[in-house]
Ligand binder design. Structure first.
Ligand SMILES: *Cc1c(COP(=O)(O)O)cnc(C)c1O
Length: 420
């Protein structure tokens, strides 16, 4: 597929209206089919993506858009990065799946590279972000019982208000979002919830049964909430002094999104456990992992945890290439440079409905004093894909390798859509 640069077609219009006299567009037909047969656990914008390349996608009717959401930061390397696609194709011709009943010739190298990148000694590979968070929780409970000496059944994990860590029963058990919880009880026990960004609340919440503190270095889903300066350092100091594990959920912030390889790098801090996913899969495969030292991940013995697909050779090959590219091409510097441009441009937009523009690297939120949905519709009609998170904030997180020209063009379109 070759995209004409930039945007060969006119007449981009969001497909929301139904014209009873015209026959339905291809997009409309596909939306109806999806709505009929797919559970309604999402409310997607009415764009049917049919092709993608780099920072751009094309819909089922040929309209082109810049992808400013990047699958919630799973597409830091853009759509179909040619080198990652090449590695995936080569691996498809060798072996794709072995299970962990046997070794495979990619898993060791994948774990070694991820250790080098995180500065940790061991990796436990999984597939989705939620599975990695579950793994971190199980690790924290075992570490609490086996290493710290908390009586089994009493281990507790502290987490934050407005967190987002995924969708499993245990994860929604620590959610404070009623929509994510309603009807799903009984919940998993053992969580304490504190305000985000408040180090003294953490200090006060730690008891003798506390095993860990799980948090996002920047809260993405909550609306790009950046904690006060010094928070990450303070969390590190408190966790070390009190003898609990610091668990950073970097599923969304990891792999250069915030202008650092990991968002904790902004304050030069290393958590005890990194929870990683999304961009680790290079935009091709679900790949997630928990990274920690041997005194932490050493709590597992054969049979105590696992995943049929976790650590499969296709996933490992793709993730290895993604990590190599992130380091080789200095993705953190790319995100920092382009992020500064995008942030300045968004801050320059004149519109009384905009309450605040904030961000770090290429993770930027524009908060409105009114519902953001009409502005999202305008963005889409201007050829920019984005989505509001909760009601008031639009998240902008383009692929880190978006070209400078594409970013300029996207900024023009965003300015047109968001100005008064
Ligand atoms: C997306 C996300 C998850 C969950 O990842 P899935 O792959 O959707 O299960 C967990 N934590 C954070 C911070 C996320 O952004």
């Amino acid at each position: 597929m070759q995209f004409r640069a930039p945007f060969g077609r006119k007449g981009r219009e969001q497909i929301t209206k139904k014209d009873t006299f015209a026959s339905p567009t291809r997009s409309e037909t596909l939306i109806s089919e999806t709505e009929e047969f797919c559970a309604h656990n999402y409310a997607p914008k009415h764009v049917v993506v049919a092709e993608g390349e780099g920072a751009r996608v094309r819909d089922a009717d040929g309209r082109e858009y810049y992808d400013m959401l990047s699958a919630y930061s799973a597409l830091n390397f853009g759509h179909r990065h040619p080198e990652i696609v090449a590695v995936a194709k080569a691996q498809l011709d060798r072996v794709t799946l072995t299970s962990r009943a046997f070794y495979n010739d990619k898993l060791g190298e994948f774990c070694k590279s991820l250790c080098a990148l995180t500065g940790k000694e061991m990796v436990l590979p999984m597939n989705t972000g939620a599975e990695a968070v579950e793994t971190a929780l199980k690790t924290a409970r075992r570490w609490g019982a086996f290493v710290k000496g908390v009586p089994e059944g009493r281990q507790r994990v502290i987490c934050c208000e407005n967190n987002f860590h995924g969708r499993t029963i245990s994860i929604v058990s620590m959610s404070t979002d009623e929509t994510a919880r309603k009807g799903f009880s009984p919940f998993t026990e053992g969580f304490d919830i504190i305000p985000y960004g408040d180090a003294s609340a953490l200090e006060n919440a730690i008891g003798e049964d506390t095993a860990a503190f799980l948090f996002e270095p920047i809260q993405g889903e909550a609306g790009i909430i950046i904690p006060p300066d010094g928070y990450l350092k303070a969390v590190r100091e408190i966790c070390s002094r009190k003898g609990i594990l610091m668990i950073a959920d970097e599923v969304q912030t990891g792999f250069a999104r915030t202008g650092y390889m990991f968002a904790c790098d902004a304050e030069g801090v290393r958590p005890d456990i990194y929870v990683l996913g999304k961009a680790l899969g290079g935009g091709i495969m679900p790949v997630s992992a928990v990274c920690a030292d041997k005194d932490v991940l050493g709590v597992y013995e054969p049979g105590s945890h696992g995943s049929t697909f976790g650590g499969n050779p296709l996933a490992c090959a793709v993730a290895l290439k993604a990590m190599e590219i992130a380091v080789r091409d200095d993705y953190p510097a790319m995100a920092r440079r382009k992020g500064e441009r995008l942030l300045a441009a968004l801050k320059g937009i004149k519109n009384g409905d905009i309450r605040e523009v904030r961000g770090r690297g290429l993770l930027i939120g524009v908060e409105f004093s009114v519902s953001a949905a009409p502005y999202v519709a305008k963005l889409i009609s201007c050829g920019v894909l984005a989505k509001e998170t909760h009601e008031h904030t639009i998240r902008f997180a383009p692929p880190v390798n978006i070209s400078e020209e594409e970013l300029d063009d996207a900024i023009k379109r965003m300015t047109a859509a968001l100005s008064e």
